[in-house]
Each structure stands twice: as C-alpha cells, then as structure tokens.
Design a protein around this ligand. Structure first.
Ligand code: TYD
Ligand code: MG
Length: 463
C-alpha cells in the first residue's frame, strides 16, 4: 500500500502543493500554506467500489414551480435576495468586521420569528449572553428566536433536525465552524469547505434557508476557499464606509434573483434602519453653489439613485500629477481625462485631479462619465453648475456621448427630488414625457463649451 502523500493547501486561495513553500504561487501571499490531509474518496480496503445508482433523466419542459420564498420582513433585504429567502437555499453574507452583519441577521431572524416561523441563530463567535445583549439593544429581546453558541457542525445539524424544520438558520460565522468529517484544524480551508458542505446538505435535505456569515480578507474577498462561493446559491456583501452611517447590501451572485439590486440601510443606535429613498440620503449634505460638484442620475438595479460627484482640479507641484478617485473606477477617470484632452481642448496634464462620490457610495455605471466630466470641468473653470441639474451619459473614446438605459426612470427620480434640468445624450431624449427640462448633447465638447461660457477662468489655462 502506498502511503498517503501529504498535501499543502494555501489558506488564502486554496491552491494545493505537493510540498511546503513560503509563498503561494497562486495568490502571492506569504506564510499561508499549511499541511492538510486530503480526504480522498477511495473505497475502504477489502470492500468493492459501490456501483452507481440509476436515476431518471428529465426533459426541459415540464412543470416549473416558482421557488418558494419567505419574506424576511425587511424590504431592503428582500429586494437584494430577489423577494425573500428561498427554501432549501444557502446564502453567504460577507462584509468587513463591525459592518453590521450580525445585527442585520438578528433583525431578520427576529422578524421571521415574530411571524411565527422557527428561526435559529447559531453564533460561533459570541456567547449567548452577547447575542442577547445585542437583541435587547435592538428592542428584539421578546422575539422567539432560538439561540445557541456552537461550533460543531454535526451537533448543529443534529439539533436542527429535532422538532419542526426551521425556516431560517443563521450560522455566524462559517470560519468558526468545524466538522468531524475532515481531518484538519478549525479555521483551515478544508474545514471551512467541509463545514459549508455539511450545512448545504442540511439545507437541501430539510428545506430550511441557511445563511452563512463569511469574514472578508483585507482586500475585500470572502476569506477561505473561493469554492464556497460556488457552492452556495447566493453571495451577498454588506458594505459601508467607516465614517458614514449607511450600509449597502449587494448581491454578488444570486441563483434565484437579480444581482444588480442594492439594499440601503442606516446604522442607528437601535440597529439597522431601512432607507427607502436613498437619493434623499445621498444628496442630504450637498454643498450648493460651489464649483466642482455635479449630480449624477444613476441606476442601481431597478431603482434610480441620485448621487453627487465632487471633483477638485488644482495645479500640480509634482512632476507626475496625482489622480485620486474614491467611489469610482480610476480607469474610467483616466479615460474621461484623455477624452477631455484629445477632443475638448481641456489640458489637465499639469493638474492634480481628485474625484469623489459623495457619501462613500461606489458607482460602477459607465453612465456616470458625463457627471464626472461636468464636475471636473466645473472645478477647473471655477464655474458652479446649476444646482437643479442632473447629468448622465456614457462618453466614448471619440468624444461622442452614448445613450444609456432607463432614461425615463432617471428623469422621473430627478423630478421627484425637485431637479428642473437634465443633461443627457441626444438619443435618450423623447423616451417619455418628464417634468424635467432636458438638454441633449451629442459630443462632450458641447458640455465643456456650455460650462466654460459661464466660467470666470478660461478652460485650458495653465497656471
Ligand atoms: P455587528 O453586527 O456586530 O457587526 P459584524 O457582525 O458585521 O461584525 O455590528 C457591530 C457594529 O455596529 C458596532 O460597531 C456597533 C454598531 N451598532 C450600532 O451602531 N447600533 C446597534 O444597534 C448595534 C447592534 C450595533
Ligand atoms: Mg458579527
């Protein structure tokens, strides 16, 4: 019999090596490789390999059942999951420490328990007393949530299998769980994977919705093997800026719903509060009348969202001017700057450029190009933009403006919040009536000319 060869697994990315080494070739991390005995599936000695069982194959057509859902009672959470938790599904919730994952899930469990569903909250990190304290602070102490402080997956599954099937099981967090089924130290990739597997099996067999909390590494990835993300039905991420009170819930993957919806919450002294109209929140601290700010009429999934872009363009004292972006893609900023330079005569080579999305929101839409450009030109020229205008449109490398989707919804949201004017690409006009006065543009240079005509300083002036 050959001796089972030891295998060495990177605890960061899950890459497997035949021998130990200091640096992982896969992800470049140091000291992340640890020895693990690979639990290879092989028949026990003296027993023949099991013959496969024959199962029936089904056609594509047939009865389709809408996934049975369970509303959490928190509308912003349901929006992101696609209408509630799906029975028998497993959801992974990631986020920085202290962002409010436990708070959100205690609130969801309590809401379901109050509806009369069996909701179980298993914490592997905090003692029952700590979870109780949090629930008290949230005013939820009276909700009939079943609590436990446990880390053994076998014990958890055995306990949950007693009595009526729970409708919701929260496991806080998957990194603290361990299972007897694999021979590795708690917290290792193999343990996390093994524990997730056991809990996913439990969810599929029982029909309970299981939520796994996952830690994130310093670069924002959910810690442990990426493979867990592939095993679960949905991956949600809870984000926020340390200095801001609001939190954004996003779906990174969702087998049962959309991935472009966001849920917006505000962290208050008594837990997370839903923010039904996020535009109001993001525009609440506007700095009216100063140059360098432009309001972007954006979309997050099916919901329009107005946010403020802030730019600062200042003559640089450095050989290589600085470009700093918060909340937007820095490649996108470079592209807009290059188009301004090549097609609009706006030379920013000698200027430092800072761009910030107010409130700490992260914008990924190309439609934000026009708002970013407007904020940049406004800062450069010192001409404030009209406070009642919104901007949206994609800038192409040729300097032309491309239409973007959902123009009517963007304009409607702008009108609702009292905006009077919108600057948008030509072909987006006429898609429905709106109370907002629209100015359609075909090329970015038109916007530059419009802002510069009101400017105290000349565009392209180098000093
Ligand atoms: P928590 O849910 O424990 O975060 P996570 O599980 O993601 O690590 O939230 C911890 C933070 O939230 C902590 O800094 C305190 C704050 N908080 C409030 O501001 N209000 C509250 O009602 C609660 C329960 C927490
Ligand atoms: Mg927690």
């Amino acid at each position: 019999m050959s001796k089972r060869a030891p295998s060495f697994t990177c605890q960061n990315c899950g890459a497997v090596y035949g021998r130990w080494q200091g640096k992982c070739d896969g992800c470049g991390e140091w000291n992340t490789i640890a020895e693990e005995t690979a639990g290879l599936a092989r028949p026990l000695p003296g027993r023949a390999a099991r013959k496969g069982r024959v199962f029936a194959l089904e056609p594509l057509t047939g009865e389709t059942l809408e996934a049975p859902r369970l509303g959490s009672g928190i509308a912003e959470l349901d929006r992101v999951t696609g209408g509630g938790f799906v029975r028998g599904s497993v959801l992974l919730l990631g986020g920085d420490p202290g962002i409010g994952k436990s708070t959100l899930l205690v609130q969801a469990a309590a809401a379901l328990a109050r509806e009369g569903h069996r909701a179980v909250y298993v914490s592997g990190e905090e003692a029952v007393a700590q979870v109780r304290l949090r629930a008290e602070r949230l005013g939820l102490a009276s909700a009939p949530v079943q609590l436990a402080s446990e880390t053994s997956v076998e014990d958890i599954v055995a306990t949950l299998s007693q009595g009526p099937t729970p409708r919701l099981v929260v496991i806080d967090s998957i990194q603290t769980m361990w299972t007897d089924a694999v021979d590795a130290a708690p917290g290792t990739v193999t343990q996390v994977r093994g524990s997730a597997q056991a809990l996913i099996r439990f969810a599929k067999q029982s029909g309970a919705a299981v939520i796994l909390v996952g830690h994130v590494t310093k670069d924002g990835q959910i810690a442990g093997p990426r493979v867990v993300e592939h095993m679960v039905d949905a991956v949600l991420s809870f984000e926020g800026e340390g200095s801001h009170q609001f939190r954004i819930l996003r779906a990174l993957k969702n087998r049962f719903g959309p991935t472009d919806e966001i849920g917006v919450f505000e962290m208050t002294g008594s837990g997370l509060r839903e923010v039904a109209n996020p535009s109001e929140l993001f525009l609440s601290e506007r700095d009216l009348g100063s140059p360098g700010t432009a309001v972007f009429a954006g979309m997050e999934g099916s919901r329009p969202l107005l946010v403020e872009f802030q730019a600062l363009v200042a003559p640089s004292t450095l050989g290589t001017p600085r470009r700093a972006v918060v909340g937007w893609d820095s490649n996108r900023l470079s592209m807009v700057l290059a188009v301004l330079d090549a097609h609009c005569g706006v030379r920013l080579g000698g200027h430092d450029v800072y761009l910030n999305v107010a409130g700490g929101l992260r914008i990924a839409e190309p439609a934000a190009d026009l708002a970013a450009a407007a904020a940049l030109i406004s800062s450069l020229t010192g001409a404030p933009l009209a406070a009642d205008s919104v901007y949206f449109g994609e800038v192409s490398l040729s300097g032309a403006l491309r239409p973007v989707s959902h123009s009517p919804a963007r304009l409607k949201e702008a009108a609702k919040l009292g905006f009077m004017a919108a600057f948008l690409p030509e072909s987006a006009r006429g898609e429905g009536e709106s109370a907002v006065r629209t100015t359609s543009l075909t090329i970015l240079a038109q916007l530059v000319a419009d802002i510069a005509s009101r400017a105290p300083r000349k565009v392209g002036q180098d000093s």
